[in-house]
Each structure stands twice: as structure tokens, then as C-alpha cells.
Write a protein that binds this ligand. Structure first.
Ligand code: CAO
Length: 420
């Protein structure tokens, strides 16, 4: 079976998390991803958060599957020549250096267009043009600057960041969409273009419901927020704890075993169309017709009490028992699943969302596979490359360098192999 992006060649100048998640997705869709790394150390994450000495970290391996690695010193004159040769034969250059780093390597947009007018140059930056455009940014900075932190957490606590890497992996996803869109447009125009995904923009895009609420606030308090009816609303969207971000109120409720298991909870949504069912399941049939509970509007000021009552029921069941019963009645809910539980979830293994990969020096480990399933472009997750594992192969097969040229380059130190 062919792959959706067969024939697309990516010059992958990414590091850490945001850029690598993007190019990993493209690799899973069939692109040939050539990861350029600094000789000796490579992507800094290879050595970060290591669990096994001298073995590429899980941080690195889980973000760089299905790629090839070439080591090039981009500041060495001969290294620069190789990079320019690669620009000529690739379709997309992806990078997430600090602002200005690529220009300092000599790879300005003007130079790239000269070398290859069809080249798409895709970048992740912390901020778009504006006062912060020169700033370096990491995940949590983006979560804070993009509006996620100010709207996450409990009303009486500080802003909170979320474990979901919406700044890095979220922006990588945005960038991947920008790249395939630019590739599509290139079919018609024959020209490349620049693609920019700023992490602040990506996080704000994912927080758009909160900008919605900011504007609703001008017309009155937010009745589905836990601050209503007794708490205070200021002039900015408050933290909504575990309230649902949509039109159907929801909350996290304790289940059987919560006293000892930190994840014995369920998310419960009091969706209006199944209100009758909810009342029957929890034994409060009276609420079906009671004018204080019968409609969504009258329930809003009573949500705290309603969820506390439902919790009396969920606490008599494990989260899986509750899930089973509630789903028989089409009541939307979801167990709070730990990473331990997700790692052994058979359905996720079956679909390839969680896969076991064999790595040449690490052995077997678990990773998250491609979460996007294409019926005509299957994903096979292969190990991340060892540092520089494909340097020779790429010089010979992609750039068509002969033995003499490869030997000269190796001797020059541009590949970090001088004297090796
Ligand atoms: N050979 C030689 N030098 C290389 C090289 C290679 N193959 N690859 C990179 N370098 C050099 C760069 O040229 C740059 O040098 P100069 O600053 O002297 O020009 C240098 O390595 C460091 O690049 P950097 O500034 O991008 O890296 P950093 O570790 O200082 O900063 C980060 C990391 C992530 C803060 C920054 O890259 C950034 O803000 N990126 C954009 C936003 C982003 O993607 N953030 C998410 C990161 S994941 O949480």
C-alpha cells in the first residue's frame, strides 16, 4: 500500500518537541524525513530525561520515529554547502530554532528561494510578529502566553498548566496542516511559500472557547461556571475548575475507591436530552418534572447541588461500572484514565494508537502511534534513528555524492567525523 505523502522529502531541522512532532506526523504519512543534527550531541533531547545510561531518551525516541538522521555542522563552510544541496532536492524545510538562528546559518528565505523556488519553509516560533517575536519559548511559556493557564485551575488557586502539550505538540499539529496545505497550493502555483505556526497563536486557537466567554462576560455572568450563582466574576474569564467548556454542564465526580486511588473519578455530563435518564439512573425521578430541575436554565444555579447528588450515586460504583451503566442510557461520561491504564488498554493497542517499538540500543518500549488514521495510507511506526545513522546513505542516495566526495566531506569535519 502506498502512503499519502510518498515522494515528499522533508529537510527536518527541528529539535526538542514542537517541530519534531510535526515532522514525525509527516513521516507517518509517508514523507521521507531527513533530520539534520549537530555532530556529537544531536537533538538536545537525546540526552535529556534519560532512563537508561548512554541510550537515547524516551523523550527523543517518542518524537522522532520513522526519520533518518544526518549529522552536519551547519556552521562549517562545507557543512553549509551540503545543507544548500539538501535544500535543492527537498520539498519542505521545517525548523523551530530560536528566532534568527536559521538566518545566521545563511539560510535566509531569499537564499532558500534562490536555491529552490518550490521549497516550502515551515517554522514554529514562540510568538508571531510583534513585541515578543524575538523571544525563546518552551511549552509552558506558550500555555501561559496563549491563554490556557489563566483559564485553567480552580478559582481560589494560581493559574495552572495542563499535562497535554498543547504548546509544543499542538503547534506541531498546526504546522503540519500548514505544510500539507502549502504542498497542495504548490500543485497549482508551482511555488513554495513560508508557513509559520506561532505557539501563542496555536494555544489561543485551542482556547477559543475562552475568548468566546470573555465576550459573553460583557453581557452578564457565565452561568455554567462554578462561580455562579454565589461567587465573584471579575472582568476577565475566570478559571472554571472542571466545568464543561460547552453548553452541556459537566463535572468530575468521585467513584468507588477515590479515597485511595487518585484516579477513581468519572467525568459526568448532564446532557439535556438525557436528563430524564439521568434522574432515573440516580433514583431522583422527582427531578424530571420538578419545576426547579426540569429544564437546563433552571438547573444552572443548582449545578453544585445536582452534581453532589449525582456523586452520591457514582461513589457507589467503580468508574468502569458507572461508565457501563451510564452508556446503556446514552449519558455522556468518561473515566479518568491513568497513564498506567492507557498503556495496557487493548483497544488502543489494536488501533495502533499505542504501539510497542523495538529500538536498536533501548530494546522494546511503548509509544503513542499515529492518532490520525487514513484508510488508504497505513502507518507503521519504526524506531527513531541513532545519531547520524543515515549520514552516508543520504549523501550517496539523496545527494548522489560519489565515494571521493563523501570521503572529502568526512575528512573536513563538516559531518563531525574527522579523524574518526
Ligand atoms: N550545527 C551547528 N550548529 C547548530 C546546528 C548544527 N547542526 N543546529 C543548531 N545549531 C545552532 C544554531 O545555529 C544556534 O546557534 P546560534 O544561536 O549561534 O545562531 C544554536 O544551535 C542554538 O539554537 P536555538 O537558539 O534554537 O537553541 P536553544 O537551545 O538556545 O533554544 C528553544 C531552544 C526551543 C528555546 C528555541 O529553539 C526556540 O525558542 N524555538 C522556537 C520555539 C519552539 O519551538 N519552542 C518549543 C521547543 S519544545 O518545548
Amino acid at each position: 500500500m502506498g502512503k499519502a505523502l510518498d515522494g515528499v522529502r522533508i529537510l527536518d531541522f527541528t529539535h526538542v518537541q514542537s517541530g519534531p512532532t510535526c515532522t514525525q506526523l509527516l513521516a507517518w504519512f509517508g514523507a521521507d524525513v531527513i533530520k539534520v543534527e549537530r555532530p556529537g550531541t544531536g537533538d538536545i533531547t537525546r540526552g535529556q530525561l534519560r532512563d537508561i545510561p548512554n541510550v537515547d531518551s524516551l523523550y527523543f525516541t517518542m518524537l522522532n520515529h520513522n526519520k533518518r538522521s544526518i549529522t552536519i555542522d551547519s556552521k562549517h563552510p562545507k557543512g553549509k554547502e551540503v545543507l544548500e544541496d539538501l535544500v535543492r532536492v527537498c520539498d519542505v524545510l521545517v525548523e523551530n530554532f530560536a528566532p534568527g538562528a536559521l538566518d545566521r546559518m545563511g539560510l535566509t528565505w531569499a537564499r532558500i528561494q534562490q536555491l529552490n523556488p518550490r521549497m516550502i519553509m515551515a517554522s514554529v516560533k514562540g510568538f508571531g510578529p510583534g513585541p515578543y517575536e524575538d523571544c525563546k519559548v518552551y511549552e509552558n511559556v506558550a500555555q501561559c502566553a496563549g491563554g490556557a493557564a489563566s483559564t485553567t485551575g480552580f478559582d481560589d488557586g494560581p493559574p495552572l498548566v495542563t499535562g497535554a502539550q498543547i504548546g509544543d505538540s499542538g503547534t506541531g499539529l498546526h504546522l503540519a496542516l500548514g505544510i500539507v496545505t502549502a504542498l497542495y497550493q504548490r500543485n497549482a502555483t508551482g511555488r513554495g511559500q513560508k508557513v509559520l505556526a506561532a505557539m501563542q497563536d496555536g494555544v489561543l486557537n485551542l482556547c477559543r472557547v475562552k475568548l468566546r466567554d470573555q465576550q459573553r462576560l460583557a453581557h452578564g455572568v457565565l452561568k455554567e461556571y462554578p462561580q455562579y450563582p454565589h461567587g465573584e466574576f471579575g472582568d476577565a474569564v475566570p478559571r472554571a475548575a472542571n466545568a464543561s467548556g460547552g453548553g452541556q454542564p459537566g463535572s468530575i465526580l468521585k467513584c468507588k475507591g477515590w479515597e485511595t486511588d487518585p484516579n477513581a473519578y468519572i467525568y459526568f455530563i448532564t446532557q439535556a436530552p438525557v436528563w430524564k435518564e439521568i434522574c432515573k439512573v440516580i433514583g431522583r425521578e422527582g427531578w424530571i418534572t420538578d419545576p426547579d430541575y426540569a429544564t437546563p436554565d433552571v438547573r444552572l444555579p443548582r449545578l453544585k447541588e445536582i452534581f453532589a447528588t449525582i456523586e452520591q450515586w457514582t461513589m457507589t460504583k467503580t468508574k468502569f461500572e458507572a461508565m457501563e451503566i451510564l452508556n446503556q442510557h446514552d449519558i455522556p461520561c468518561g473515566p479518568i484514565l491513568s497513564m498506567k491504564e492507557l498503556a495496557v488498554e487493548p483497544a488502543l493497542r489494536k488501533t495502533g494508537t499505542v504501539v510497542e517499538v523495538d529500538h536498536p540500543t533501548r530494546g522494546k518500549y511503548l509509544t503513542v502511534g499515529n492518532p490520525i488514521k487514513l484508510s488508504d495510507s497505513a502507518t507503521e511506526v519504526t524506531a527513531s534513528p541513532l545519531l547520524g545513522a543515515h549520514t552516508d546513505e543520504i549523501l550517496r542516495d539523496v545527494l548522489r555524492f560519489d565515494d571521493k566526495r563523501v570521503a572529502e566531506l568526512q575528512a573536513s569535519g563538516a559531518l563531525g567525523t574527522a579523524g574518526a
